[in-house]
Write a protein that binds this ligand. Structure first.
Ligand code: ZN
Length: 154
């Protein structure tokens, strides 16, 4: 069972990053071509974490569709079948844009234990540290400043 191995890899990865803190939720990004059955992965996750310190840690699966870009005509195709073919010109000279992902997008960790009164109430989203998400490189554009309306009371 392929999902069991993936679940085990997630457990190990959290163990390395959590550093003794309680993990509340983990989000994994899985490409379509990985052919992971989300229900099976959830089942494997519960089996692997049951009775461990990760029991109760939610697994969220972010499914990424498989897509290719055609080198001939430039069209982008979202694949239904794992066949790397352009839907526009039916050519096979395509490059994979997405679909092979298998990564942990974020781990929601509890604060290190201090005073219990310090901890945010259950359900609160405040004060939850998450790992920084990768930011896309983009041109830093200064925000245009709007001219202030000159409102003078006459
Ligand atoms: Zn094409």
């Amino acid at each position: 069972m392929h999902e069991l191995a993936l679940g085990q890899a997630i457990v190990e990865s959290i163990g390395r990053r959590a550093d003794g803190r309680e993990a509340r939720q983990v989000t994994v990004r899985i490409g379509h071509l990985r052919q992971v059955v989300p229900d099976s992965l959830q089942f494997a996750w519960e089996m692997l974490t049951d009775g461990t310190e990760l029991a109760g840690c939610l697994l969220e699966i972010d499914h990424v569709p498989a897509a290719v870009r055609c080198r001939s005509c430039g069209a982008r195709t979202t694949l239904d079948l794992p066949i790397l073919q352009c839907a526009s010109c039916e050519g096979f000279d395509v490059e994979l844009v997405s679909g092979e992902e298998f990564l942990i997008a974020s781990i929601d960790l509890a604060e290190p234990l201090r005073e219990t009164s310090d901890r945010p109430p259950p359900g609160s989203t405040l004060g939850r540290p998450t790992l920084p998400r990768p930011t896309l490189p983009g041109p830093a554009q200064p925000r245009p400043t709007l001219p202030r309306p000159n409102l003078e009371v006459s």
